[in-house]
Design a protein around this ligand. Structure first.
Ligand SMILES: [Zn+2]
Length: 176
């Protein structure tokens, strides 16, 4: 496994509409393992393939609650219900957070790393992460109009360790 370089805001690969994955071969398995390692090394909840420079429809999500990471190949959001405002970040814009409109709940479909299709409903952080990651696959970032509630909410948070824990972003999720 390897920790991959995360592409930053401004890199054109983050603006591509990613291609569907037709065959889950050995190179995809390797990429999944590397993406999980890269996500963990960067303390993210999720990571999309374009963020490591590969414009294909693959994302990984890990909620850090002891459950296995989710692998979403060719994911599709089938239903969205409700709206809520959450403070969100992105590994491609390190340190930046903003208030974003996300769904209360979603239903999505994807394939796992063995190619098996699964359908799930999700709320809370998982729903937020899936919406954030699927946005990446469509070249959309959380700072885009239509996602950010207002540009005024965008702010830079202090780096880890600069302030006591209680002064860190209480609601912020460095999603991916
Ligand atoms: Zn992101």
């Amino acid at each position: 496994m390897a920790i991959l370089e995360i592409r930053r805001f401004g890199d054109p690969v983050l603006r591509q509409t990613c291609k569907k994955i037709p065959v889950i071969d050995e190179s995809i398995q390797q990429l999944i393992d590397d993406m999980i390692e890269t996500m963990r090394a960067n303390h993210g909840v999720g990571l999309a393939a374009p963020q490591v420079g590969v414009p294909i429809r693959l994302t990984v999500i890990e909620l850090r609650d002891g459950t296995e990471p989710y692998v979403l190949i060719n994911p599709e959001i089938l239903k969205r219900r409700g709206k809520r405002i959450v403070t969100e970040g992105c590994l491609s814009l390190p340190g930046w957070f903003g208030d974003v409109v996300r769904s209360e709940s979603i239903v999505f479909r994807a394939r796992d790393r063995r190619g098996r299709e699964y359908k799930m409903s999700a709320t809370d952080l998982l729903a937020q992460a899936v919406e954030h990651e699927v946005d990446h696959l469509n070249g959309i970032l959380f700072t885009d109009p239509g996602r950010l509630v207002s540009p005024d909410t965008l702010h830079k948070a202090p780096a880890r360790g600069e302030l006591p824990v209680e002064a860190e972003e209480p609601e912020a999720t460095p999603v991916a």
